[in-house]
Unconditional design. Structure first.
Length: 448
């Protein structure tokens, strides 16, 4: 039985490890994992919980405050004798028990305004969490696309290595046959070695990009990690941007959480002004009290033979109800100071809102310019690659026929590969810029 359990555990762990090694992460899984494990998101969740507790406490201020009390005392010494009415040395135990209740009737609307302020504080915290999540989405998107870009660079470098390797083998045969000089072979071998170096650099860049993505996801370095590589279609350069940066800004400022959070903070500080102004108003409170007491030397005046605890509780039982009106007259400027400080906080929050709007406008303008520039760069890079491909095909035919030398071939091949790498970079820069612009328009980022 014990061996069976060990074998079951072994196969279970092995299957989990195998799954984690074979798992390919999609873009959406990367985003969800990054948000779920981000420490700033977790801290913001606790902030939301704190604001929720404050809201519950604010609502509870409407309810009565009820307390019970009990006290017992022991006294040894001169105490009045209830029968002789003389002070005699006695050991006396006394006690009292009761309850009291306090109910706020009116306190200058401070309870209602505190409840409303607490709601706005919860809203602000939740929007702050959404802002953090948006930043994570943008960061993971950029890193994810960078990994794909670096991965395709490896593919370009591998194809180049394979092409040069074939040319080296072909030239070796020509040199052995005496049809080509040794210098051409040496030039190609030098170029082949440099191409292998570029492949190694491309692989290193890919590994660094993977590490950057894992770090943005809070994923451990040692965790096996491989991402899904979507088959992106070439960007449609004929599509015009549907709106300018001002139009995007007008849409974005109504949906971006940082703007809504700044507006919620203004509303919360305005309620704080009302709370502080509530101290100018009179307050009305109701207080109730019930209590009774007992003493070990008590003698019932109505029936000296009955001085039991129950009789004492009944005889000493009392009730009281009080309605108290407090009118503020002068409190050494405390109220005025609190009101002015709350107004200053409101003005600071209004400036903060304007700053958030300015930051958002600048981000959108930058994203818009980046998208336009990336589109133009991609279009020109595509034309450049098409032209250099034709040139390389021509040089390659001449090189095969012996009409072109190694230098011509290497230069043409280098120019083409540089152009392909630039086209690849421009492609993903264009995709990222367009996705960011769509994001500010309230569209979900989807990589497919």
């Amino acid at each position: 039985m014990y061996k069976h359990k060990l074998l079951t555990l072994f196969f279970l762990l092995n299957s989990v490890i195998t799954y984690s090694q074979d798992m390919v992460w999609t873009y959406q899984q990367c985003v969800e994992y990054a948000i779920e494990n981000n420490l700033f998101v977790k801290l913001q969740n606790y902030d939301v919980l704190e604001r929720t507790e404050e809201y519950a406490q604010a609502r509870s201020q409407r309810y009565p405050n009820v307390t019970g009390f009990y006290s017992h005392s022991y006294n040894r010494g001169l105490n009045p004798d209830p029968i002789t009415n003389r002070n005699d040395i006695q050991n006396v135990n006394t006690g009292s028990i009761g309850a009291q209740v306090g109910v706020p009737i009116f306190n200058g609307f401070r309870i209602n305004n505190t409840i409303k302020q607490s709601r706005k504080n919860i809203e602000s915290s939740e929007l702050g969490k959404e802002k953090i999540e948006n930043d994570i989405i943008i960061q993971v998107t950029e890193n994810y696309l960078d990994v794909i870009y670096k991965y395709e660079n490896i593919d370009i470098s591998k194809k180049r290595v394979k092409t040069l390797e074939e040319q080296v083998e072909r030239t070796k045969k020509l040199v052995d046959a005496g049809s080509s000089p040794l210098s051409e072979l040496l030039d190609l071998m030098s170029q082949f070695a440099d191409t292998e170096r570029q492949l190694t650099e491309a692989e290193n860049a890919y590994n660094i990009a993977l590490l950057t993505l894992k770090q943005s996801m809070q994923l451990d370095f040692s965790t096996p990690f491989e991402i899904d590589i979507p088959q992106f279609q070439d960007p449609d350069t004929t599509v015009q941007f549907s709106s300018n940066s001002n139009t995007v800004f007008e849409e974005s400022k109504n949906i971006m959480p940082e703007i809504k959070q700044a507006e919620a903070n203004i509303a919360a500080s305005q309620y704080q002004v009302k709370i502080a102004e509530g101290a100018y108003y009179p307050t009305v409170n109701f207080n109730g009290n019930v209590n009774t007491r007992y003493a070990s030397n008590y003698v019932n005046p109505l029936d000296p033979t009955d001085s039991s605890l129950g009789t004492q509780f009944e005889n000493f039982f009392s009730q009281a109800a009080t309605v108290q009106l407090n009118i503020p007259i002068y409190n050494r400027r405390d109220t005025k100071t609190q009101v002015n400080k709350a107004k200053i906080t409101t003005m600071k929050n209004e400036v903060q809102l304007q700053q958030e709007l300015n930051d958002l406008r600048q981000k959108i303008e930058q994203a818009y310019i980046n998208a336009l520039s990336a589109q133009k760069t991609y279009m020109s890079s595509k034309k450049s690659v098409e032209s250099l491909e034709e040139q390389f095909r021509s040089v390659n035919k001449r090189f095969v026929s012996g009409a072109a030398n190694t230098t011509d071939y290497v230069v043409a091949e280098n120019n083409l590969n540089i152009a392909k790498a630039e086209l690849n970079r421009a492609k993903y820069q264009f995709i990222f810029s367009r996705k960011i612009l769509d994001f500010y328009e309230g569209k979900q980022i989807i990589l497919e």
